[in-house]
Design a protein around this ligand. Sequence first.
Ligand code: FAD
Ligand code: SF4
Ligand code: SF4
Length: 471
Amino acid sequence: MKPSEQMKIERVKMPEQDPQTRIKDFEEVNLGLTEELAKLEAQRCLQCKKFPCIEGCPVQVNIPGFIDAVAKGNFSLGAKLLKETNALPAVCGRVCPQEIQCEQKCVRGVKGRPVAIGWLERFVADWAMAHETQSTSQSPTIQPNGKKVAMVGSGPAGLTCAGELAKMGYDVTIFEAFHEAGGVLIYGIPQFRLPKEIVLKEVEALKNLGVKIELNVVVGKTVTIDQLMSEEEFSAVFIANGAGLPVFMNIPGENIKGVYSANEFLTRVNLMRAYRFGEYATPIIRGKKVVVVGGGNVAMDAVRTARRLGADPSVLVYRRSREEMPARIEEVHHAEEEGIQFELLTNPVKVIGNEEGWVKGVECQRQRLGEPDKSGRRRPEPIEGSNFVFDCDIFIEAIGTKANPLITQTTPDLKVNKWGYLETDESGMTSKPGVFAGGDIVRGSATVILAMGDGKRAAQSIDQYIKSKKR
Ligand code: FAD
Ligand code: SF4
Ligand code: SF4
């Protein structure tokens, strides 16, 4: 097709579940492209010589290559090319913030809308899951090398590192504190954005490579890093325990019943299956009126989850304006469609309880934007005398998380920075020889694909480290 004809094709629309239906269930909102839509969208790609889109992808997916395969209807080749660099394409196609990564660099975005790289990635990965059995997807022949490596945590960083090392012949064990593997992909991101079945299939694929997963093991409590290395004879350890310790606002009334951190709320709903109400008797309070504070993906997930559990109104309170919101544009748009009430330039100052000690409202104060702060975003300033109360029976705080100090307290030779995150060198090794780290525990709360990139790099470094010890 000539470039002039390609330029005339408009970006396709993602089929979606109707908002009025989807607020009553936890089914996925985006339904995925059909084969026809995927081929049409793939034809928009100009196969640019310098591939700027690849620069925008933290794991350097061969974007033009896999898209060309889609355009030609060779989905199997597309899947093969994708999996060369991306261990979890079905996950990334759904949750990567493409608009600030690969798609932001796409030349088609200069004069219109970029190629829908994420949607095409999802299409190819889903196609492969539906059509390729293990034998057709050519699992590599693995030669065991007799060396043991431990992963702490089974989020995207730990899963990716485990997969890479298993393919090199290492005997890999993942130690996971929760009773299910997947990290935030399982306990944080809701079913309506990332179905659990997809993560479970990826975990199964790892097990087929020989990776062992030990659940309900809290490293730092059940076993220490030193014990893993000395008593259990692991040659190296990769710490990928995320940064899931909730941060609270420190406002009066936070200890009143009915106040949740988003982390606890989402974990109860996702990991303890409260989203399948009727089938599971998970202890979760299903508020009639819910207020969530925060402006990121986590806040958006919490408020949309509360809406699906029946809260009306479900209110999102954020102290800056919409432009400063860190959440993905698509999630904000979906939340609006689902009737989430956005209260911008508003900040909670106090939680109010009833006589029985349960939340009955949140006092808030309106804000105006002042000069930019260190982050470059305009600083919110309180407007005196603007206080008012939102009636609610649940208040959820989604203002961030930080590192859990459990592992560093029990392994004092691990150096941390002033925020409590692990310090590593360029190879991903911490201050303790043989102990590597990556993902949120090094970066602070970041993204799935960055955590995966760390896992991949660490696997290479661990291999080199172990080989250098043998000499
Ligand atoms: P995690 O995914 O946090 O996994 C760490 C694992 O380690 C967990 O399973 C935990 O139980 C386990 N663990 C912790 N301590 C121990 C211990 N002591 N012993 C054993 N195991 C331990 N990113 C995106 O790119 N797109 C999104 O749309 C997006 N949405 C998000 C929504 C929510 C609600 C949240 C919370 C995060 C979201 N993120 C998103 C961020 C992204 O999920 C994280 O950056 C990513 O999961 C970090 O990966 P990780 O492997 O470092 O850690
Ligand atoms: Fe884009 Fe993420 Fe896929 Fe990379 S992994 S191409 S950033 S969607
Ligand atoms: Fe295709 Fe856009 Fe990449 Fe060019 S920049 S190769 S149009 S995806």
